[in-house]
Design a protein around this ligand. Structure first.
Ligand code: FAD
Length: 402
């Protein structure tokens, strides 16, 4: 292959950075363009599954994350007020992965590690404060329009990767449908240093409740003691100001674990959740990855993990194409495999997890939870469940797609 025009990547989130690193490892020229002046720092993902840790390990990312993250061997299902229903032990997967656990680390602590390794790898042009505003493509390249401080210019690219998040400009310009729906409720996320672990909570818990179901997990923050983050649904018709009133957040935390003194709440915010998948992850020489290609609710911690899985799959195929080891059909295979993983696994499981946690009919909820208790108590069923929830089974199935 004689192609020496660069691959342009839109977005220096975890997906775009992973793409840049994976392409540079294969000596493929890369221009990484990020609209913000620096890496973003907002409260987002923080839970990494075993296959993601395996995929990032050869790049040196996993080792650096493990040094500062929290290893999570068990996860639990609890109700309100906080009683234990079932516990799963990820060590049941010890023969399948060198990482039989989840790893908790804030997304905004992953991206600096990725950027640092990318810079150490050398050769990537990285432009912050520069956004992609449009592009046109032919059969052998993409003419990408970028804007820095109001000044537009055109970059000639061999390929364009849209890793520019849920509101992707690349996806919009492509005109690809973003099929799915938006959940009616809003979510509040609130963090506190209160030690739920001392009350027996695992570092990752799903909370089943008809009104305030949700998730609780521990993140390292700036170091010990770390912060526990609770996410729960709220009425979208109310203002952020009302939803985040200290007394409201306090009441939600007290309903999970009642204590005499008030919770020390360090961060709180609201966010809206979507379930959407792009109709195709490839149109000609333009590819979509990460949130630009799919969005899901956070129950199960699949969003960021799938972005990394996209990046690794895509860059393996782009590298093979670049070296002349296959034709452009490799990139269609990327789209088929990753859409399969997204639709069959991530979308299906995250929707099911949400429905299980929020079930309103007490009899149905009891049946669901009994099923979970029976699954957790049987090592064979528990292992199968853990293979699903850790994304191992779905990845295997998607990678078999030809
Ligand atoms: C509140 C919240 C909680 C979450 N919790 C979890 C969780 O627990 N587990 C999980 O796995 N996932 C979670 N997610 C999802 C996770 O954060 C995303 O899946 C992840 O950020 C996707 O990474 P990305 O790189 O694809 O997109 P992003 O992180 O959105 O990065 C896209 C980047 O592109 C840049 N950009 C946008 N437009 C342009 C443009 N035109 N030109 C150049 N650059 C552009 C943006 O500035 C941004 O830096 C959560 C998300 C939210 C919002």
């Amino acid at each position: 292959m004689t192609e020496r025009k660069p691959v342009v990547i839109a977005g220096a989130g975890p997906t775009g950075l992973m793409c840049a690193l994976a392409l540079r490892r294969q000596d493929i020229p890369v221009i990484l363009v990020e609209a913000e002046p620096a890496l973003t720092h907002d409260l987002r993902a923080g839970s990494f599954h075993p296959p993601t840790l395996e995929m990032m390990a050869p790049y040196g990312i996993t080792g650096r994350m493990m040094a500062v993250g929290i290893t999570v061997r068990h996860w639990q299902i609890r109700n309100k007020p906080g009683d234990l229903i079932a516990e799963f032990d990820l060590n049941l997967l010890a023969d399948l992965t060198p990482y039989p656990h989840r790893l908790h680390l804030e997304q905004h602590r992953l991206t600096p590690i990725q950027l640092d390794l990318l810079q150490a790898e050398g050769g990537a042009e990285i432009e912050f404060g520069t956004k992609i505003t449009g592009f046109t493509q032919t059969s052998d390249g993409v003419s990408v329009t970028v804007e820095t401080h109001g000044e537009e210019r055109t970059v000639a690219a061999a390929w364009l990767i849209g890793a520019d998040g849920g509101r992707s400009t690349v996806r919009r310009v492509l005109g690809v449908d973003f099929e799915g729906f938006t959940w009616p409720e809003l979510f509040v996320v609130a963090s506190t240093p209160y030690d739920f672990g001392a009350r027996g909570f695992a570092f990752n818990c799903y909370i089943a409740d008809p009104d305030e179901w949700g998730a609780l997990f521990k993140l390292p923050d700036a170091g010990p003691p770390g912060l526990w983050r609770l996410a729960y649904p709220v009425n979208p018709d109310e203002t952020d100001e009302a939803l985040l009133e200290p007394a409201r957040v306090e009441a939600a935390l007290q309903r999970l674990v009642q204590k005499s003194d008030p919770y020390d709440v360090r961060y709180k915010s609201t966010y809206r959740v979507h379930q959407r998948v792009a109709a195709s992850f490839r149109v000609g020489r333009v590819l979509l990855a990460g949130d630009a290609a799919h969005l899901n609710n956070p129950l199960g911690g699949f969003g960021l993990n799938s972005g990394i899985h996209d990046a690794v799959n895509l860059c393996d195929k782009l590298g093979r194409f670049w070296r002349g080891e296959g034709g452009e059909e490799l990139l269609d295979l990327y789209s088929r495999q990753r859409r399969t993983a997204t639709v069959e696994q991530v979308q299906a499981m995250s929707i099911r997890n949400k429905r299980l946690m929020e079930e309103r009919d007490p009899a149905v909820q009891r049946t669901h939870l009994k099923e979970m208790i029976a699954t957790a108590a049987d090592p064979v069923r528990a292992r199968a469940h853990l293979m699903n929830t850790s994304m191992i089974s779905g990845l295997k199935r998607a990678n078999e797609v030809v």
